[in-house]
Design a protein around this ligand. Structure first.
Ligand SMILES: Cc1ncc(COP(=O)(O)O)c(C=O)c1O
Length: 460
């Protein structure tokens, strides 16, 4: 007990608490204490680098702490070896394998995607794997399927630009045929299934930038009829507005960087699947091998954002409807694409499969690309940035920013025109946003008209 006397006060308290309660103080403390008992007093340096650990039952944080550690103390060797051999379920070992922070949001996101659509029906048992970004999640999904030369993926021509770039730069060179088209054209989709060895139907609904929406239930059934898997990028909807597993898909991916986090302060992505065995082996292995694991702080921030998801989404949707309606009346706006507007070609499908129409809209500015860039330049209240799903309203030019790597011809065929601006509507007062967009549209119009009339010195 002499060694105990030499302990710092905080450790002495732990030891006496342990003796009193016969409480198994966290193993690190035991190790530390045993080491001191065996080897005498700690050196100054060993006190510096060994952490005293407080008894677990005195620590009851209201919010899960951020596990700012890259690794975890292993269980006893026999058990640890079994974990490496994958004989035994893995506890936390090393962050690339998973952390308490990522695990918590995985559980939450799986429960949200599996939350019953109708009262009385049962929740779906789903598995989620959290990644370091939406792109890490999406690329891991594609790579987890073991695609071989001669296989095909059918998708839309207007999915997120970097997803298109990944398919073109990383998947096509594997000998996999990536077929872009309009998933609204079911005859075209079926023809692709008949003529190709399609392994995956990849949807994005609603699409980032053009707000297209496809009939997920019909398309998933079609994919299954031809032995393919169906996946949907549901980033713009979130599980609050749309739950594609109830429409029959096999996988849902999200850039959780967007509305799920909601505060523009964390980068994460997730793949959710209904085949638990596949998710726990193949998908989890993708993260372990490729290293696209979310940092604990990012996962923690995502969890903070998830707490207010329903309230935020209600407000994003209401504001987007108000702003879309105002833009539709503006004479400098050629057309507005918002799923909530009856004028949108996919309004009926969206109404059927979504709870509301989301927080993203886009509009075409009269006067082409320069007029659209002019509006961006003149915005005062809205922020120009390429992300979406933040608290405040963000505006960007898809053809010149998020979708610049999509071949121009493909962009134009699928509605990502040069005069298109995308608005990620925030939760601020929508009248302020309307006022800002209106002043920018009006301030850019006279310049444009003057330039057309040949007035010199007017920037366009
Ligand atoms: C629809 C969609 N999917 C995926 C991504 C990629 O997500 P991340 O930026 O988190 O990698 C984005 C990003 O904007 C997106 O809008």
């Amino acid at each position: 007990m002499a060694a105990v006397e030499r302990l710092p006060t905080c450790l002495k308290q732990q030891v006496s608490l342990r003796a009193r309660l016969n409480y198994g103080v966290v193993r690190l403390v035991e190790t530390g204490f045993d080491m001191m008992a065996n080897e005498g007093a700690q050196t100054f340096q060993s006190i510096c680098c060994t952490d005293p650990v407080l008894p677990a039952d005195t620590i009851r944080p209201h919010i899960q702490p951020i596990y700012a550690t890259s690794t975890f103390v292993y269980p006893p060797p026999d058990e640890a070896i079994q974990v490496f051999e994958e004989v035994k379920e893995r506890p936390y070992l090393y962050n690339r394998w998973g952390t308490p922070n990522s695990h918590l949001v995985e559980k939450k996101l799986a429960a949200l995607e599996g939350f019953p659509d109708r009262s009385g029906s049962s929740p779906l048992q789903l598995e989620a794997v959290l990644f370091s970004s939406g792109m890490a999640a999406i690329s891991s999904l594609f790579l987890s399927l073991g695609l071989r030369p001669g296989d095909a993926i059918v998708t839309q021509g207007n999915i997120y630009g970097t997803t298109t770039e990944f398919l073109d730069v990383m998947v096509t060179p594997l000998g996999v045929r990536v077929i872009y088209g309009e998933l609204q054209d079911l005859d075209w989709v079926e023809m692709q299934f008949r003529q190709n060895k399609v392994r995956l139907l990849y949807m994005e609904s609603p699409t980032n930038a053009t707000s297209r929406c496809c009939d997920i239930r019909t398309l998933a059934a079609l994919a299954h009829a031809y032995g393919a898997k169906a996946a949907v990028d549901s980033t713009l909807a979130t599980p609050y507005l749309q739950r594609p597993f109830f429409l029959g898909v096999d996988f849902v991916v999200h850039s959780a960087t967007k509305f799920l986090n909601g505060h523009s302060n964390s980068l994460t992505g997730v793949v959710i699947g209904k085949d638990a065995a596949f998710m726990k082996t193949e998908m989890w292995r993708m993260r372990k091998l490729l290293g696209g694991c979310a940092g604990s702080f990012d996962a923690w921030l995502l969890n903070m954002g998830l707490k207010t998801l329903p309230m935020r989404m209600e407000r994003h949707c209401a504001n987007a409807m108000t702003i879309a309606t105002a833009l539709e009346r503006h004479e400098e706006v050629k057309c507005v694409r918002y799923l909530g507007l009856p004028s949108h070609s996919d309004h009926a499908v969206a109404k059927r499969q979504m709870k509301a129409f989301g927080g993203v809209l886009s509009f075409e500015v009269r006067g082409g690309r320069d007029a659209a860039v002019g509006v961006l330049r003149l915005l005062r209240r809205c922020t120009m940035t390429a992300t979406l799903g933040a608290m405040d309203t963000l505006v960007q030019h898809p053809a010149l920013m998020t979708h610049i790597k999509v071949p121009k011809e493909q962009r134009e065929r699928h509605g990502i025109s040069d005069d298109l601006l995308r608005v990620s509507v925030g939760i601020e007062d929508p009248e302020e946003v309307i006022a800002d967009l209106t002043q920018a549209l009006e301030a850019s119009a006279p310049r444009r008209l003057s330039a057309v009339r040949g007035v010199s010195g007017v920037p366009v």
